[in-house]
Unconditional design. Structure first.
Length: 468
């Protein structure tokens, strides 16, 4: 009870002190009338408005007398105190303006934030890559920079049906049919039965060599590496790999054809005689032992006007007696005439039976080629140019590529406005430096201002005296 009475008395004295301070002012703002008996005053009975005005009065007094440069000399010199109060106001104004500027600058500034994701999955990488805000700055480093094509690419060439047919299988009965004809002098050199066996053996050899070449080059292609420091998108990997496959196909085709053409030109340039004497033949005037021989070239063409001595590509339509064999041609070299031929006859069972009819072995069943799988009018040269391959099928597995790359982290940057916490931290960080700087600058500005003001007053006084 005694404590309550004591507190009420203290409150009463504070209120009286403040009220008296404003009561004698020339223009008082607020004057409070208090009860005559302080002991019976209950502070809680005061209205909220009275309390609020009292607090404002106290704050106003504090603000008018606020001095951060106060020291012992200030207590003894009123003029110095007033100067320091004005300097304090300059300091507060500078500090307030700079804090406002700093607040506006940090609020509207764009902040670049770097984010790192450790060991991202493919789904996370795809979602980041598809986000237009971060795709341009996205970087995901591969753990394995050099990735072999075989780890994520598979290539399957589909060869022409000829290479899996009865006509190129040397162990099949078709070969026994062709072998049933013996080469003798009773038939002319342009009889197709002389060319049939060598040509079909050449077709079989071409198929075998092409398959071996393609398979060996596929192994070499698979061992080649795709080097990327960063994880590439699906579109880039697809495009790069497809271009690599196109270059690979073009390269092996050109290499094989160039090699074959080199062999053909070497044979013609060195005048090598064909095993069936289709380009050169030997002639002698005397049929006796140790007689002299010389070679004479064969001629082909519609009028036999193309000589094998000057052109190895001379050729004629294939005939047996008076019967033509559709598609096939004969010429100086077996390989040259075969390249100019088409496989038209092999698509027609009637033509195959016609061909068998000229041989002693005829009880062999041979399946013709299928017209729906390939064209019958395409020359063998065209087939060789594309390595007897009808279609290249390949599969590019982006999942295997990403798994092999196995990025250990993804880093990207985003631009965003500074958040509230960052603004507060920035202002607090600058506040200490600003207070120190303005405590030095404010007195200088105050002195400069007083100096300029005194000069201005002196100039006015001087001008006034001069006018008198």
């Amino acid at each position: 009870m005694e404590i309550d009475t004591y507190l009420k008395l203290c409150d009463y004295l504070v209120v009286i002190k403040v009220n008296n301070l404003y009561k004698f002012q020339e223009n008082p703002i607020f004057v409070f009338e208090l009860p005559e008996h302080p002991l019976y005053l209950d502070f809680e009975e005061q209205s909220l408005l009275q309390r609020f005005f009292l607090l404002l009065n106290q704050m106003k007094i504090k603000m008018k007398e606020y001095n951060i440069f106060e020291n012992e000399l200030t207590w003894q010199n009123e003029q110095r105190r007033q100067k320091e109060i004005k300097t304090t106001r300059i300091y507060v104004l500078l500090l307030f303006c700079n804090v406002i500027i700093l607040l506006l600058f940090t609020s509207f500034s764009i902040q670049t934030k770097s984010i790192t994701i450790a060991y991202p999955t493919q789904s996370i990488f795809d979602s980041l890559r598809l986000d237009s805000r971060i795709s341009s700055t996205l970087e995901c480093s591969c753990q394995q920079i050099a990735i072999s094509y075989s780890s994520f690419t598979s290539i399957h060439p589909h060869f022409h049906q000829l290479c899996s047919s009865d006509f190129t299988d040397l162990n099949y009965n078709w070969t026994s049919v062709l072998y049933s004809y013996g080469v003798d002098d009773e038939h002319p050199y342009d009889d197709y039965r002389l060319f049939a066996l060598p040509q079909f053996r050449t077709l079989s050899s071409l198929c075998d060599n092409v398959k071996t070449t393609v398979m060996n080059n596929l192994i070499r292609f698979g061992s080649k590496t795709l080097i990327n420091k960063q994880v590439q998108s699906y579109e880039i990997i697809q495009s790069q790999t497809e271009n690599a496959i196109v270059r690979f196909r073009s390269s092996i085709c050109k290499t094989f054809v160039l090699t074959l053409n080199f062999i053909r030109e070497m044979s013609q340039g060195n005048g090598i005689v064909s095993s069936i004497y289709s380009n050169w033949y030997f002639q002698t005037l005397r049929k006796e032992e140790l007689a002299s021989l010389w070679t004479k070239p064969r001629s082909y063409g519609d009028d036999n006007n193309c000589s094998c001595a000057t052109d190895s590509t001379c050729s004629s339509l294939a005939k047996i007696g008076n019967s033509s064999i559709p598609g096939f041609r004969i010429g100086c070299y077996v390989i040259d005439s075969l390249l100019q031929s088409t496989l038209e006859c092999l698509y027609n069972i009637s033509c195959i039976n016609l061909l068998k009819s000229f041989y002693s072995v005829q009880d062999v069943i041979v399946s013709p080629l299928n017209n729906s799988l390939s064209s019958s009018n395409e020359t063998v040269q065209n087939l060789v140019d594309r390595l007897l391959i009808d279609e290249w099928k390949f599969n590019i597995s982006y999942e295997n590529y990403y798994h092999t790359c196995s990025p250990h982290s993804c880093r990207y940057s985003i631009e965003q406005r500074t958040d509230v916490l960052q603004i507060i931290v920035t202002i607090i960080g600058f506040y200490g430096g600003l207070t120190v700087a303005f405590k030095i600058i404010a007195p200088l500005l105050m002195n400069i201002g007083q100096y300029l003001f005194r000069r201005f007053q002196n100039r006015i006084v001087t001008g006034h005296h001069a006018s008198l």
